[in-house]
Design a protein around this ligand. Structure first.
Ligand code: AKG
Length: 311
């Protein structure tokens, strides 16, 4: 049984229906940690061209793609298999291209120069997803009853954006593997574009359910930073990817986080005597230290930041 995620019509955020849409966003973030966005303002050509140019990248000869292979997790561009082909004990059925994207002028010169239109199409896509993210942040803050000009919005505007292109080739024995193991996303929000092949599953009421792709829509999910910022009200939910026996699948995830130098903590606007902080302050260095000492899986990192009060 496939899951129909709550659908947010972004155009309605600009009209009289805004309070109702904000309510739907809040309920979706509390119940599923996920929602889908339609009428988001990105023209169909921009998203279709992005999927198509990424497909062409993965079709390039290995010698061309492997120029971007790196074991440095913070390289501006990293091409690889699984998560880290040097470290992983078991490989996932996935190739990926990870592109740092903000500030774009700093990173664009490092992006693949082949296919020849990769940078121009990718840059437009990254710029427009960043704008969409900024509108979403305002809606998310408002849904938490926090002023949309809160300093968090400013910080997030300067935060990191990483575009991860996932390519899942057809797999002759899909039941023996996964495209991606269960994980939650480290950042604040992830905006995911996918082609028309299903594969994404989320953990909902302790069951894995497949998300029905709506062509041209974005799947948006709450990341660990937003769970912490909302003091646990919005949920960073585990998700994984199945592979298909006959069809390849491409997805493009745009991951948006607080700046790498920021301290992430529950919003002071949501904390009072009745609502004590449920998470410790955290920063990127703590995260890196955590993941370099063990395999990053399930929600271990987020769990490790929870405060357990002794009565
Ligand atoms: C990720 O990039 O973190 C994903 O979970 C990708 C999901 C997908 O390919 O549908």
């Amino acid at each position: 049984q496939n899951l129909k995620l709550p659908v947010i019509d972004f155009a309605e955020l600009l009209g009289p229906n805004r309070p109702h849409v904000l309510q739907t966003i809040a309920e979706a973030c509390e119940t599923y940690g996920f929602f889908q966005v339609v009428n988001h303002g990105m023209e169909g050509d921009v998203s279709r061209n992005m999927i198509e140019v990424c497909k062409r990248f993965f079709e390039l000869p290995y010698e061309e793609r492997s120029k971007y292979m790196s074991t440095d997790m913070s390289a501006p561009v990293r091409y690889g298999t699984s998560f880290n082909q040097i470290k992983d004990n078991v490989f996932c059925w996935r190739d990926f291209l990870k592109l740092y994207a903000h500030p774009l002028p700093d990173y664009l010169p490092h992006w693949p120069s082949s296919p020849s239109d990769f940078r121009s199409l990718g840059a437009r896509y990254a710029k427009e997803t960043k704008e969409m993210f900024e509108m979403m942040v305002k809606a998310i803050l408002e849904s938490l009853e926090i002023n949309d000009r809160d300093e968090a919005a400013e910080e997030l505007e300067e935060g990191s954006q990483v575009v991860v292109v996932n390519c899942y080739p057809p797999c002759p024995e899909p039941e023996l593997t996964l495209g991606m193991p269960p994980h939650s996303d480290y950042g604040f929000l992830t905006l995911l574009l996918q082609d028309d092949v299903e594969g994404l599953q989320i953990l909902h009421r302790e069951e894995w359910v497949t998300v029905d792709p709506i062509p041209g829509s974005f799947v948006v999910n709450v990341g660990d930073h937003l769970e912490i910022f909302s003091n646990g009200r919005y949920k960073s939910v585990l998700h994984r990817v199945l592979v298909n026996p006959t069809k390849p699948r491409i997805s493009v995830a745009s991951l948006h986080s607080f700046p790498l130098t920021s301290v992430v903590k529950p919003s002071p606007k949501l904390i009072d005597e009745q609502n004590v902080p449920k998470y410790m302050e955290t920063d990127f260095a703590t995260f890196l230290q955590y993941v370099s000492s063990r395999e990053p899986k399930w929600k271990n990192f987020l769990e490790s930041r929870k405060i357990h009060y002794v009565r």
